[in-house]
Design a protein around this ligand. Structure first.
Ligand code: TA6
Length: 280
């Protein structure tokens, strides 16, 4: 594990193991890249992302916490929570067989408590870098009253193009659609990407991303939902941090614990949201 700086004020960790390499930005505990030995680069990262403290990175694995999307009632609060905008600290690292694991931590402070989420918490993101990439977000209630949170591992999986790219495993799941605002019955068919797709499926289990250059299994635990997102050409053209045409290089398959199944923790309780990616 070697410290690097991807831009002024933006420290990261280069993780090199026998089975894979990865880079993790301390801001947001944000995994920027993962490449298994003999495999494909697993994650997409925008060429146009802004490397600035406080500004979320476009690509990799944003950690959305403690809410997903817009805040429930405070429109001035940042989208997808504050966790991806603030520095986390390195808690530890270890070698476990051919896996290198790094653990990053975030606790509440004056700034987080002054935001739209005034609770005391401790969060840990364990990143297991091997032939598989494993992520485990453990949140503990360190407060003296119960609270509720949402979280998502908002992973941008790299794809060789959108034509023929499909997500399998959601055929039997109903979904909420943010493009048409509707609630949909199970489609019975794989998810494809003819244009903008922005859906929250009531499915916290396995899915498979199937592309022209192979498959990626997505294996969650502790999740209630899977979010599938690609902005499509028109929306992407309006996003300053996505390069021209680059939306064709990713599909977000997000492992989420979100309303109506947000996580409620009593004082001292914890919950872990896990996902493993396996290339085939
Ligand atoms: O996960 C899907 C989504 O919530 C979309 O609605 C879209 O806005 C995307 O995330 C990106 O959000 P961001 O705040 O990173 O621009």
């Amino acid at each position: 594990v070697v410290p690097v700086e991807v831009a002024p004020g933006m420290p990261a960790l280069d993780v090199t193991g026998p089975a894979a390499t990865a880079r993790v930005l301390l801001q947001g505990a944000h995994v920027l890249s993962w490449q298994p030995a003999g495999g494909r680069p697993g994650l997409w990262l925008s060429s146009a992302t802004r490397w600035e403290p406080g500004v979320p990175v476009r690509g990799g694995v944003p950690v959305c916490f403690p809410w997903f999307g817009p805040h429930g009632h405070d429109r001035s609060a940042p989208a997808h929570g504050f966790a991806r905008r603030v520095p986390w600290s390195l808690v530890g690292s270890e070698v476990d067989g051919d896996v290198v694991r790094v653990v990053l931590g975030l606790e509440d402070d004056e700034a987080t408590r002054a935001s739209a989420w005034p609770h005391r918490f401790s969060a840990r993101l364990a990143v297991a870098v091997g032939r598989e990439l494993g992520l485990a977000l453990t949140v503990t209630n360190t407060d003296d009253e119960a609270w509720t949170y949402e979280a998502a591992l908002h992973t941008y999986l790299r794809v060789p193009g959108l034509d023929g790219t499909r997500v399998l495993g959601l055929e039997d799941a109903p979904w909420d659609d943010r493009v048409d605002g509707g609630r949909h019955a199970p489609a019975g068919t794989p998810v494809t990407f003819p244009g903008q797709v922005d859906r929250t499926y009531a499915h916290g289990g396995r899915t498979v991303l199937d592309t022209a250059d192979g498959t990626t299994e997505v294996l969650p635990a502790g999740a209630s939902a899977t979010v599938v997102w690609n902005p499509g050409a028109e929306v992407a053209a309006g996003m300053a941090d996505v390069g021209p045409g680059e939306h064709r290089g990713f599909v977000c398959v997000e492992t989420a614990a979100v309303a109506p199944d947000a996580v409620r923790l009593e004082p001292g309780e914890q919950h872990t949201l896990t996902v493993t990616y396996r290339q085939g």
